[in-house]
Design a protein around this ligand. Structure first.
Ligand SMILES: C[S@@+](CC[C@H](N)C(=O)[O-])C[C@H]1O[C@@H](n2cnc3c(N)ncnc32)[C@H](O)[C@@H]1O
Length: 404
């Protein structure tokens, strides 16, 4: 393995280019990607078949009716061997991507630090990074290692450390490596929602966009392609991810304003944003904070502004079997608020936060890139249905407009 080149002079090293594992390590990483795909696609199909052909009929024979909700599906499936095998493989597939890239991260540690320092110094894209040394980290973040990532999102191993962010970034390539719709398009959600809004609301041209739980900002950057004049902002509690995001986007010429803040109590002024978005965020936070976040969103939006949040579909939007499959993360993936969140009704949450009920929406939107622009337009006009949810084929979006 050649030594990682340190950044020289006026160039910021693109950190993604440093992911160049040697042969045996790359082979191990490919195995992990394949294991995950095998669990999420192949074993999932076998498990569904076992439910339909054996466990649901057996439940009906015992109880006199088919399983009616996810708890009944869960009790029908609890001892099923396909479900157990699926769970074991998924759990290992969840745990393995991060250690599989840690050697790559450690070997390049100095190069990451150097790239970050260079991005800070040169600041060619004009993005900003505000970290809060006194930040009050929410308890739920510290008390569990979210998603089985050692050190969760925010462990810091030294001053100005971004390596935990890089573990997530490189590990994410392995995590999604067997899933073609996700592998090649890390900003798929932002890209999809931006195109959806542009098509559905052609007169809505947001000037300031905020992304909550932004991570490195991968799902807010695509808004710049659809709304090139917009200012984009991202907040997150994790400093390493924000440092990595700042380094990446400065290297790539994308102006993004990142800050370390709790999405439920941001320091932006009232009426500051036109659009507030998020992806994979709400299921990770306690329900009491969810409500606070949406009320803060309402405060932050100007009149006529919109929220458009992507999340897992809630129980009321899917059948009991799929609700059971989705809730797997709540039982097995160190996400203790996940099931409680998915039991809520997103449109009601928006209306309770102040958004005009008539404007509140919840729907499945096809993944823009894989569906294709033409089909996407036909979907938006009602001519085509959305592909079923799962493995990145479509995204569940909910939101509303501030009318007063
Ligand atoms: C699953 S990640 C999603 C990251 C990003 N949205 C994406 O699509 O890649 C969830 C993110 O939410 C952040 N987070 C958790 N609680 C938060 C809070 N109260 N305020 C802001 N960010 C939070 C985590 O640090 C993490 O980066």
């Amino acid at each position: 393995m050649p030594e990682a080149p340190l950044t020289q002079g006026d160039t910021i090293q693109d950190i993604e280019a440093l992911f160049d594992p040697p042969h045996n390590r790359a082979a191990r990483q490919r195995f992990v990607s394949a294991l995950r795909k095998h669990a999420l696609v192949d074993k999932a199909a076998e498990m569904k078949d076992a439910f339909e052909s054996a466990e649901a009929p057996a439940f009906k024979a015992r109880k006199g009716h088919a399983p009616k909700d996810l708890n009944q599906v869960k009790s029908a499936m609890a001892r099923n061997l396909h479900y157990r095998m699926y769970s074991v493989m998924r759990l290992h597939g969840q745990e393995m991507p991060w250690p599989a890239v840690m050697d790559d991260v450690e070997e390049n540690y100095d190069a990451f630090q150097d790239a970050f320092a260079t991005a800070r110094r040169l600041n060619p894209a004009g993005g900003t990074l505000e970290l809060d040394p006194e930040f009050d980290m929410p308890k739920y973040m510290v008390e569990q290692e979210m998603h089985h990532v050692p050190g969760s999102f925010m462990a810091e191993h030294g001053p100005d450390d971004l390596s935990q962010g890089v573990v997530g970034f490189f590990g994410g390539k392995i995590f999604n490596g067997g899933m073609p719709l996700r592998r090649d398009n890390p900003g798929a959600v932002g890209e999809t929602v931006a195109h959806f809004l542009a098509l559905k609301h052609p007169n809505f041209r947001p000037k300031r966009i905020l992304d909550l739980g932004t991570g490195i900002g991968r799902n807010v950057v695509p808004y710049l392609d659809v709304y090139p004049d917009a200012e984009v902002y991202g907040v997150d509690v994790s400093a390493p991810g924000l440092r990595l995001g700042h380094t990446l986007w400065e290297a790539r010429g994308k102006r993004v304003h990142l800050s370390q803040q709790n999405g439920g109590m941001t320091n932006f002024p009232d009426d500051y944003f036109d659009l507030i978005v998020s992806s994979f965020f709400f299921h990770e936070i306690p329900v009491s904070l969810t409500k606070k976040v949406l009320r803060d969103n309402f405060r932050l939006l100007r009149k006529g502004g919109m929220v458009a949040h992507m999340e897992l579909p809630p129980n009321n939007a899917v059948d009991p079997y799929y609700a059971f499959v989705l809730d797997w993360d709540g039982y097995n993936n160190n996400e203790r608020d996940y099931c409680e969140y998915r039991a809520l009704v997103p449109k009601n949450l928006c209306a309770e936060a102040g958004f005009d009920r008539d404007t509140c929406f919840a729907m499945l939107v096809p993944n823009w890139r894989s569906f294709g622009n033409d089909k996407f337009a036909r979907w938006a006009s009602g001519e085509l249905p959305s592909p079923p949810h799962g493995n990145g084929a479509s995204w569940f979006i909910f939101g509303g407009t501030k009318m007063r």
